[in-house]
Design a protein around this ligand. Sequence first.
Ligand SMILES: Cc1ncc(COP(=O)(O)O)c(C=O)c1O
Length: 396
Amino acid sequence: MHTADIPAILGASPMFGEMLPITQPTLPGVDLLIDDLRRVFDRRMITNADLVREFEQRVAKHLGVGHVVAVSSCTSGLMLVLRALGCEGEVIMPSFTFYATGHAALWNGLTPVFADCDRRTANIDPRAAASAITSRTCAILAVHVFGNPADTDALQGIADRHHLALVYDAAHGLGARRGGARLGGQGTASSFSLSPTKLITAGEGGLVTTQDGELARRIRIGRNYGDAGAYDCEFLGLSARMPEFSALLGLRCMEDLDGNVRRRHRLAQVYIERLSRLPGVSFQEIAAADTTSYKDLSVHIDADAFGLGRDGLCRSLAAENIMTKKYFCPPLHHQRLFQRFHDARRPLPNTEYLSYNSLSLPLFSHMAEEAAHKVCDAVERIHRHAGRIATMGTTP
Ligand SMILES: Cc1ncc(COP(=O)(O)O)c(C=O)c1O
């Protein structure tokens, strides 16, 4: 056998000389920012000023949503939404998510109630959410997992019937569309992330979107301690403003948001076309009418059919200098902070399945298509030797 066919984990050279990161921020040329930065420095208005307002207006127009409030992170945005709504009691959420979804509830003294996800879409299953409703439920906190829009129609129907707030953790959602509509206007409010792993970044930051003017006003106050200006706080808020520098970076990144989505879709196509031919590899399903942002490209590995489990594939790809992530593993209900909220009478089989069988592959907006092809080459050669790798155990 030619050595090019041997995976690195079995002793051949790695596919990549240097580690291929799973993600990298796609940034505008620094020259584009210099003049604007100079103006910020000259004016000495470095927070709470024009660029934040311009960014908010720009995003509102782009998303077609009534109100946008820029905040310090998606997490602080979610914390403020739940606080500004005056939620008390239980919040239904997926366990297959990043822990920040749960943090937003815990910080408000709310009880997370975990509902299972749909194994195909990785999003909260509306039927599971509906069956978790009790007299103490105040809100459903759904996530657009990896940028795949949640079933907003079904969730809205449930929220309306039970008079619940419907909040979206839209951390991954910039660039995605539900039907023809961009995410942001659905439900009571959404909170997007602008951290460096997202399609556009502000360094760090978040954007709360809502059609409700009074809610937007409260979040605006909430990001400033809860002080509307009287130096006498209306409610307990946070210090969660967005600096002007972040707004400037966010504004410039926005210009290429749709281009980033297109490039990610091309890369995803490479992965999907090539890897779907392998037994035991499947992908998150996106409804035909929807557009995912592909914040992440997640593959599900059926160990029996592929010949090697998700963890073995992860280790084998690391040996090829290919970085991957086990999103989201462990799921919230197995983490120390959250396990006491898990009700064993409400099992989460799809969450368990996805947590222990999914792997996110490298994907970022400026990644070369050739790199995606090389990752596919690596997965293929790992698959050809899956049996041998599987017998090596965990410490090859
Ligand atoms: C689903 C989800 N929610 C919330 C967050 C937190 O975002 P931020 O770092 O902007 O607070 C993340 C971060 O990646 C996330 O993946």
